[in-house]
Ligand binder design. Structure first.
Ligand code: HEC
Length: 178
């Protein structure tokens, strides 16, 4: 059984390279950073820890997809880019939506106690006061050369385009311009 696992891993899918950290968020204190690293960094940073088991075909698809989608919503490693969804992070945490329950089943260190969840939510709020997320999303307008076309349902970013319209009569005083 173990040999079969090793064989599958050896012949499995290649693990993606982590993109560079362009600007790390400035954490308010070490405890907040430690909790975020334990529970969020695998999917919301460019410091994902990839494991041999992630090479297995079906698992590979799930994990790579989660990491790509996670990073496109909020990426603590690209704080120079838009990260507006981060404002929802304390609520996601307190509601038990994040970290993803499936992930927690396989990562004990991410299984935060209620007290740790509250502490991290507070720490995130305090961090965002010091180093607020910029408007927009991390993947918007990025020319991601790592993005392979076979990847899934990531076409939502199109929806945000063309929201703003200019008045067309040249006066700018149309009164109905929203
Ligand atoms: C296993 C991967 C994984 C982990 C770990 C994880 N997330 Fe996520 N996160 C995702 C994915 C995938 C999405 C996008 C969900 C979607 O497509 O709706 C997401 C979305 C989010 C969003 C955006 C929600 C919105 O407004 O749309 C926030 C905020 C967030 N996560 C916070 C966190 C926090 C805080 C942690 C750590 C406590 C965390 N996540 C851990 C995968 C993860």
């Amino acid at each position: 059984m173990r040999n079969l696992f090793m064989l599958l891993v050896a012949t499995g899918c290649a693990l993606p390279d982590n993109p560079p950290v362009t600007q790390e968020i400035a954490w308010v204190d070490q405890e907040t950073e430690d909790l975020a690293r334990r529970a969020c960094y695998d999917c919301h940073s460019n410091e994902t820890v990839w494991l041999p088991v992630h090479r297995l075909p079906i698992i590979h698809g799930i994990v790579v997809g989660d990491v790509e989608r996670g990073r496109c919503h909020m990426n603590f490693s690209t704080w120079d880019l838009g990260n507006e969804d981060a404002w929802d992070a304390p609520d996601e945490l307190l509601d038990g939506d994040m970290p993803l329950p499936f992930y927690v089943q396989h990562h004990e260190e991410a299984d935060l106690t209620d007290a740790e969840r509250r502490r991290l939510a507070e720490g995130l709020r305090a961090t965002f006061e010091l180093d607020p997320p910029k408007d927009g999303e991390p993947c918007e307008g990025a020319d991601d050369d790592d993005d392979r076309d076979r990847d899934d349902d990531d076409d939502r970013k199109e929806d945000r385009r063309g929201v703003r319209t200019e008045p067309t009569d040249g006066t700018g005083a149309t009164g109905d311009s929203f």
